[in-house]
Design a binder for this molecule. Structure first.
Ligand SMILES: *Cc1c(COP(=O)(O)O)cnc(C)c1O
Length: 372
């Protein structure tokens, strides 16, 4: 059956459309004022000195890795319960992942597993603010300082989230946000690096543009760089979306609250847990099924009723390409492996109607009853 409710949808209005149209008409389609405007707006929103726009969240993470000079055989502590880009960003440079298990409530990296995995090859921690919930930043920063590790914040799912009243993007040496169309705000494809560190910002700026120095003429290259530039149409959409971000996040929060309100009565499912001292930026709405339920059968049953649902995430340490590189790691991360079998992302976007939430919850309930 065709899906009657979308899994995710960008929230685009007429102002977004006309701001992109204006750029197209202007003829200035790359390397122009919209990128500068977007960077200034992001830096202001997050509360950091620098923002550097790039062509994707993955590109943002990769440039941070390059700027920190992480390379072959350096070890990076990273959760496995994440999107592949968190790990790929440093595999490109030959650095090695040391996978750390997650907290069983927020699904962010378990800081209590960090210290025992630190040795003289350990150079950095890649932190992920999973589903828009901030990681346990006080503890992570304490450990990073003690062992002099670099900290990268993969905040690609968490723009606008706050940890103890401070916006994400202010934690770590640098952070990445992403603007793919399923994220809280979008530029189509796109991402940004945010940092207070002048040299990281300079390196990222140079490397997104083929390693050119800021002052150099067009064909002078200081570093091995990339074409990771964001085009002007995308930047214009970003400027327009960012103006409404607070509003977009409020809409998402309202949908999440409604789901949670409807789901709390059932003992076979746990709605997302939000720590009291964080402000969540809702990226996806992921519930956890009780042990013993067959999640994949439940997904198939819901899809028969036209309601999409997805397992989320599929752990990175069990992916085929990681097994080829590092051998069979199955069984090494008990919380991650247990959680990943039971998590289920429900349809979630800004314009889901109240009655849609009821339809999804009913479909989930029927599917669970059928396989209970
Ligand atoms: C979306 C996302 C990214 C970046 O994805 P792109 O598609 O490259 O923009 C990185 N890490 C996480 C955890 C993400 O969810």
């Amino acid at each position: 059956m065709r899906n009657i409710i979308s899994m995710s949808l960008p929230d685009i209005n007429e102002e977004d459309v006309s701001s992109v149209g204006e750029v197209v008409r202007s003829g200035r389609l790359a390397l122009g004022p919209k990128n500068e405007e977007f960077e200034a707006a992001i830096a202001g929103f997050v509360g950091v000195k620098h923002a550097v726009t790039v062509s994707s969240g993955t590109a943002a993470l990769h440039l941070i890795v390059r700027s920190l000079d992480l390379k072959t055989n350096d070890e990076i502590l990273v959760p496995s319960f994440t999107f592949a880009a968190s790990v790929n960003s440093f595999l490109y440079e030959g650095a090695r992942p040391v996978f750390i298990d997650i907290e069983d409530e927020t699904y962010t990296i378990d800081h209590s597993g960090l210290e025992r995995n630190i040795n003289n090859k350990t150079k950095a921690i890649m932190v992920v603010d999973v589903f828009g919930h901030p990681a346990e930043w006080d503890e992570i920063k304490r450990i990073a300082e003690k062992y002099e590790l670099k900290v990268i914040d993969d905040s690609c799912e968490a723009i606008g989230a706050e940890y103890k009243d401070r916006k994400l993007g202010q934690f770590g040496d640098a952070a990445a946000f992403a603007f793919y169309p399923n994220k809280q705000m979008t530029t189509g494809e796109g991402g940004v690096i945010v940092t207070d560190d002048d040299s990281i910002a300079d390196m990222c700026r140079s490397m997104r543009n083929q390693g050119r120095g800021e002052m150099n003429s067009w064909l002078i290259h200081d570093y091995l760089g990339y074409n990771y530039r964001l085009d002007e149409m995308s930047a214009a959409l970003g400027v327009s979306q960012l103006k409404r971000l607070d509003d977009l996040l409020k809409k998402r929060e309202a949908v999440a609250k409604l789901y949670t309100q409807k789901l709390t009565e059932f003992d076979w499912v746990r709605p997302p847990v939000v720590k009291p001292y964080v402000h969540m930026s809702w990226f996806v709405y992921v519930v956890t099924l009780a042990e013993g339920l067959n999640r994949d059968e439940i997904i198939r049953e819901m899809e028969k009723e036209g309601i999409p649902a997805r397992g989320y995430f599929s752990p990175i340490h069990t992916q085929k390409y990681i097994r080829k590189l590092f051998g069979n790691l199955e069984g090494t991360l008990p919380v991650t492996e247990s959680v990943a079998k039971r998590t289920l992302a429900l349809p979630f976007h800004n314009n889901i109607r109240n009655e849609d939430v009821d339809i999804v919850v009913d479909a989930l309930k029927h599917a669970v009853m059928k396989y209970a």
